[in-house]
Design a protein around this ligand. Structure first.
Ligand SMILES: Nc1ncnc2c1ncn2[C@@H]1O[C@H](COP(=O)(O)OP(=O)(O)OP(=O)(O)O)[C@@H](O)[C@H]1O
Length: 637
């Protein structure tokens, strides 16, 4: 079934080490200075505790040797000065490197976030609305959402772990010199504690993240909608506060229960871990005291080893708590990689090959796109739908069933029909946002799936039902290009042709005025009809050889609508056009009319032919004509 592209899972779960290697590869690529900074931070932070430990051992030895009083004080002062200076230098270096690395990691995370964005942008449109894919998009975003999780978390917690590793290694080397079994005992008990807490962490991830991703997404969606000004009117006028509150409350108490469950598990394992830790310290301290009493260990060495046991114990404790957090951050990175590597099939061949090859390099894919490709304006473009059927992913019935229709080159084809007849689905298939479940669509005799998708999209100037405008300046909303590449005269001309010249004159910064206030305090909001005109201006600017208009006048007032009909032939010129409208007075300007019902073509011909036939189109037209006549009578009464 072609409409439902395969949702392949990623290559599988990666180990913590593989994910660390993966993030390190990103760091080396985008901010290599983070690596030496992290190493210097670990060494200086980890070794600084031994400076005083060693200095104190030496001071005690000086006293033990009981040389002349004057010389002792001098030596001690000298040692204190050296230790203090060394520690100060180490701490300064450690903090400087730590902050350098942390600052640069934002850039690394930003790069990883770009791949997530690229993946979402370039995945087949039909997958975007698949609930499973949406859940994966949401889960993957947690690894790069600037709150210290995932990619940033792996570095942050490794940066916290490494100084402790240096500290622990140093301590264990020192302890191994008096008895290697002590080291084996400490390490074994630490691994046991780690295994227990990690078990709780896996349980937490499963209960509080995987099993509740849907609920988390629901509560996230409700909050996003609450913050979105567009929902404000309905929330107030339909008094949605109470039901929304109850939904949020339900989600949050459900999530809360899961968190409590996970924390109870942690509590149990932490108690066992604490008992093991108590055992470990008791045995090692006991052993050291025994060595002083019966094994000939000097007081100076005793202080050094005592400090080492303490350091080994706290550092290992820190290592394993940090490592558990790293494991949990790694699971976020797994979600991220799973999403990036799943559904490898991408809309763009360049992106596809980059994701397959090495998606750390996929940024180059956008640079390689075939931007210079242009279709000839005056060439013939004929479309044929050949027994096309289409079923939406997850839907039980067909939205289009066995549709065969021809759109001749230069022809203006109107598609009419009641709500849900399949008109927009026809447009989506023509635009290759979906692939037919059965049948084929041909452009000039070649199956449209054989054209490069980006090249194919270059052929179309669409205006969709939904007026999706971005928080960009008006110019960018029309050109959909950056300021560097857009043609400002053409933008003004397109806005003029779309009947927005009057509005443009009122704008504080002309075509540079921002839409919405998200990114500019001087941003403006447009009315529904004005937004629709903006969409028309966007299609006019693109000036592609084939025009697709899905209810482009639904939000226009009567005068604007009538003007748009007058301009329609001028705008379309001799170009192949598909025009969807519920207002049949507009469709009679088209060369052919196709009437859809329940996903099938039931009538086809010119306006006159269909009127003569006296079928459903003629009936619908008569109802609307009657309505307009009644309206006119009321107006002039
Ligand atoms: N994303 C979707 N997932 C599942 N079913 C869908 C989806 N979009 C549309 N449908 C279903 O497909 C059928 C055709 O919808 P379509 O949007 O093509 O109708 P339409 O003729 O454009 O309707 P309208 O005049 O209301 O815009 C409808 O039954 C609709 O419920």
């Amino acid at each position: 079934m072609r409409a439902r592209r395969k949702i392949e899972k990623g290559q599988g779960r990666y180990s913590v080490w593989e994910n660390l290697r993966y993030v390190i590869a990103g760091i080396v690529k985008w901010q290599p200075l983070v690596i030496p900074c992290t190493i210097i931070h670990a060494l200086t932070q980890g070794l600084s505790v031994y400076v005083w430990l060693y200095a104190i051992k030496c001071i005690i030895e000086i006293f033990e040797q009981s040389v002349k009083a004057g010389a002792e004080v001098q030596k001690v002062l000298c040692l204190v000065a050296i230790a203090a200076t060394t520690e100060l230098v180490m701490l300064v270096a450690s903090n400087l490197c730590d902050k350098q690395a942390e600052g640069r990691m934002h850039d690394v995370e930003y790069h990883f976030a770009l791949f997530w964005t690229t993946k979402v942008w370039t995945m087949p449109f039909c997958m975007h609305e698949d609930p499973e894919v949406q859940k994966n998009i949401f889960k993957a975003r947690r690894a790069i959402n600037s709150n210290g999780n995932g990619v940033a978390g792996l570095h942050y917690w490794s940066n916290q772990l490494l100084p402790n590793l240096v500290r622990a290694v140093m301590a264990l080397v020192l302890l191994a010199m008096i008895n290697p079994f002590i080291v084996i005992l400490i390490l074994s008990l630490t691994f046991l504690r780690f295994a227990l807490i990690n078990k709780a962490s896996i349980f937490e991830k499963e209960e509080c993240e995987n099993k509740v991703a849907k609920e988390q997404m629901a509560s996230w969606t409700y909050r996003e909608e609450t913050a979105d000004f567009a929902y404000g009117k309905d929330i107030r006028l339909f008094q949605m506060q109470k039901p929304l509150y109850q939904l949020l409350r339900k989600e949050s108490s459900f999530l809360n229960q899961k968190h409590i469950l996970a924390q109870n598990k942690y509590a149990r394992y932490y108690v066992i871990g604490d008992i093991l830790g108590f055992l470990e310290e008791g045995i090692t301290y006991g052993f050291l005291i025994y060595k002083v009493l019966f094994g000939g260990l000097t007081v100076a060495d005793f202080t050094l080893y005592l400090g080492s046991v303490h350091n080994a114990s706290t550092a290992l404790n820190e290592i394993f708590t940090k490592f558990i957090i790293i494991c949990s951050e790694s699971r976020h990175v797994n979600d991220y990689r799973d999403f990036l590597e799943s559904n490898i099939e991408q809309d763009s061949e360049n992106i596809k090959s980059s994701f397959q090859k090495d998606y750390l390099a996929c940024e180059d894919a956008f640079k390689e796109t075939n931007a210079d490709f242009k279709w000839e304006k005056d060439a013939d473009y004929e479309f044929v739908f050949d027994h096309v059927s289409f079923q939406y992913p997850g839907a039980d019935s067909y939205a289009l069933k066995d549709l065969s229709i021809c759109l001749k080159s230069g022809e203006k084809l109107a598609i009419v029909g009641l709500n849900g007849a399949g008109k927009s689905t026809f447009v989506k298939l023509l635009c290759r946002l979906y692939e037919p479940t059965q049948g084929h669509i041909y452009l000039n005799g070649i199956d449209i799936s054989e054209y490069d998708l980006n090249d194919y999209w270059e052929l179309l100037s669409p205006v969709f039902q939904e007026d999706e405008s971005f928080a960009f300046p008006i110019a960018q909303n029309v050109s959909m290009q950056t300021a560097r590449t857009q043609n400002r005269d053409k933008i003004a001309e397109s806005l003029h042709d779309a009947d927005l010249a009057g509005k443009l004159r009122e704008l504080p910064f002309g075509i540079d005025t921002y839409l919405y206030k998200n990114l500019s305090d001087d941003g403006i909001d447009l009315s529904g009809g004005q937004k629709q005109k903006l969409m028309l201006a966007r299609a006019l600017y693109k000036a592609a050889p084939v025009i697709v208009l899905d209810e482009p006048t639904a939000a226009l007032d009567a005068i604007a609508e009538s003007k748009s009909y007058e301009n329609f032939n001028h705008m379309a010129g001799g170009r192949t056009t598909v025009y969807i409208s519920h207002r049949l007075s507009s469709t009679k300007f088209c060369d052919r009319i196709a009437m859809f019902e329940a996903g099938g073509l039931i009538e086809y011909g010119t306006h006159e032919e269909l009127m003569q036939k006296g079928g459903k189109y003629a009936g619908l037209f008569a109802v609307q004509a009657q309505y307009y006549a009644d309206e006119e009578e009321t107006c002039y009464a």
